[in-house]
Every structure is written in C-alpha cells, then in structure tokens.
Write a protein that binds this ligand. Structure first.
Ligand code: PEP
Ligand code: MN
Length: 359
C-alpha cells in the first residue's frame, strides 16, 4: 500500500462542518467584484456550502477565450471571505499563482485537470508548496490514468502537504456524450480503495457540462458515498464568461441539494436486526465470490489445455467464429437471467482477454 495513506488529514480538520453533504461552491471564474460578492453572499446562506471556490486564472482550450481576471480578483475574494466567513479556494497552475494566493491569504488551493496531467508542472507546484500548511485539492488528470492522479498526490505529500483531497471531475474522451467528461466511476472508487484515508470529492459540474444532468451526477456521487461535492454556481449563470451551460444559480443549487436523496442518518440507530441481515447477506456473497473464483480458475485451466492443442495443430490463438458464438450465446443466456448487456460484454471481454494472454 502506498506510503501516502498514513498521514492524510480528514477533511473535517480544515473545513468547517456544515450540513451533509459537504459542498464547495462558487463560480467557474471571478468576472467582476459584484458577481463574486453576490454569488458568495447567496451561497453562504446554504448550510451545506463550507467553502467558496473561484477561478482567477483559467486554462482555456483556445487563446483569446476569457482567461480570467488574475491577480485583480484577489481583492474581490478577500472581500467575499471577510463578508461571508467562507474559506476561499483558487486553482493554481504556476508557482507565481501560488505565491499570489499565499500572499493574499487564500485558504485552499486546487490543481486543475490540465495541470495534473503534467508531472513537471505538479513537481514544480509541489516544490513551491514545500513546508506550507495549506489544503490542496487535486483534480483527476484529463485522461483516465489512475497512477498519474496518485502520482500527483504523492508529489505533494512528499513535500509535506497533509491536507490533501482528490476531486473527481470526469475524463476527457472523443465521444463523451451524454457527459462533458466521462465519469468512469470505477477510477475514483479504485483510488479510494488504494488510499483509504484520502477524502475524495466529486465535481458534477465538469462531469455533466450542463445543468440538466447535474442532479443525476450529484446523486450518483452521493450514492457512491463521496466525501463531498464541488459544484459551480454563478449569480447569473446565463451570463457566465466560462462554463456557462453547467453553472447554476445559488437558488438552483439550493433546490438541487433539497432534491438529493440522502442516506439515512445515524447508522448506529438502525436496528441490530438490519445489521445481522446485512452480515448474513455479505457472508453469502463471500461464498459466491469464492465459487466464482474457483470456476474462473477451472475455466482458465481448460483454456491453457486448449492453447497447447492449438499450438500442436498450428491453429491461431484467436478463433473469431468461436468467439462470436460464445458472445452471442452468453449474451442471450445472461440477459435472460436479468444481467445487463453492458455488464456481460465487459465480463466476456475481460475473460477473453485473459484467455488470449494465457494461450
Ligand atoms: C474548474 O474547476 O473551473 C476547472 C477548470 O476544472 P477542471 O480542471 O476540472 O477542468
Ligand atoms: Mn469550470
């Protein structure tokens, strides 16, 4: 297990505990003093919002798009913090961004997806942060590369950052519809499995890319027990200079939060009866998993034997016609047992890939 998990601080150490779920919200970009202050004032009224996020330097796909107000926005953020008491989070990509944030008492830094892809950039950022006690949120890299994400967290950890959290904002893909960025939830789940102490938030705004999908993605993150949500909010979303389609007004955010189906509070209050039932079901699952593993091992043993015969007969490893029949047959049988086509395809592909590797 990576060394990193040992000393990561829980998010409750540095963010005030609001009402569940924990939400970091604010505009994609600071655009004007008025926009920043009005948005912050409204968001501060929501008990779930525990920090105000705001981009000052915007990494844009094309030059000439609005690239953020930069240092000018610092004064607006200071005012927002003073007025609302909310800690303020800013995206940093370069050493000079960090210097300005530290000079201006920014409370939380985050590293954006386009920066996390580049180990040189992350290394440089980590060096500047050496010995600084500030929370750093690390978004996933734009490409679905779990180790690159972990690597960025490790680089910061090595420089002494202990208030670390990850933010899942989805992965860029040629065809990501209906999302802006594919969620591929398995990746952040695997991250949480590997680094159990690491707080992981979800960013439904950048996953969705539009207001319509936002509630659904936020609900999925809640169902998967993420530690919190980062959601973009703008006082007038329709006039936003960046990410216009995905930002919601503070009022819309309030409605979204109100509509979330939250897990029942107070686990300990649940009847022992239920606890026992879950225990029983889990041990049944353990038994079934064991059977599946035994069956899989037997299957691979036969695959190995077939491989040896194919070699003797001079046959190719990949027999497309046979594979076609297997897929067709297993899909038919599996779907009639209530298993989804999507799951069956993934399972069959995984088995086939391993079989080819063995042969
Ligand atoms: C943002 O949070 O506004 C942003 C630029 O996000 P990402 O790095 O996830 O694209
Ligand atoms: Mn944005």
């Amino acid at each position: 297990m990576p060394e990193i998990i040992k000393k990561i601080r829980p998010i409750s150490d540095y963010l005030p505990s609001g009402s569940f779920p924990l939400i970091i919200s604010g505009p994609c970009s600071a655009e004007s003093e008025e926009q920043v202050l009005e948005t912050a004032r409204e968001l501060a009224k929501l008990p779930q919002v525990v920090a105000f996020r705001c981009g000052l330097w915007k990494p844009r796909t094309r030059p000439g798009d609005f690239e953020g107000r930069g240092e000018e926005g610092m004064e607006w953020l200071k005012k927002a913090k003073l007025e609302t008491g909310l800690p303020v989070a800013v995206e940093v990509a370069l050493p000079q961004h960090i210097e300005l944030c530290l000079k201006n008492d920014i409370d939380i830094l985050w590293i954006g997806s386009r920066t996390v892809v580049n180990p040189f950039s992350v290394h440089e950022i980590a060096e500047v942060l050496k010995g600084v006690d500030i929370p750093v949120l690390v978004k996933n890299p734009v490409n679905p590369d779990l180790l690159l994400w972990i690597g960025a967290l490790e680089r910061l950890y090595q420089q002494g950052i202990r208030k670390l959290a990850a933010v899942h904002r989805g992965f860029s893909a040629y065809n990501s519809k209906p999302f802006r960025n594919l969620p591929i939830w398995e990746i952040p789940i695997e991250l949480r499995r590997l680094l159990p102490g690491l707080p992981v938030l979800a960013d439904p705004s950048h996953i969705s890319g539009n207001r319509k999908m936002l509630p659904h993605v936020a609900q999925t993150a809640i169902n998967l027990s993420f530690d919190g949500l980062m959601i973009e909010s703008h006082i007038h979303p329709e006039k936003a200079l960046t990410d216009r389609n995905q930002q919601v007004s503070p009022r819309e955010l309030e409605i979204l939060i109100g509509n979330l189906d939250l897990p029942k509070k107070g686990k300990e209050e649940r009847t022992e009866d239920l606890g026992f039932r879950i225990e029983d079901l889990r041990s049944r699952i353990d038994e079934l998993d064991e059977e599946i593993l035994d069956l899989m091992a037997s299957r691979m043993e036969i695959v190995r034997k077939i491989g040896a015969q194919k070699k003797e007969l001079g046959m190719d490893t990949l027999q497309l016609e046979r594979w076609r029949q297997v897929v067709e047959d297993r899909l038919k049988k599996g779907t009639s047992k209530g298993l989804s086509r999507h799951f069956l395809m993934k399972l069959l592909h995984a088995i086939h890939e391993e079989s080819l590797r063995i042969q």
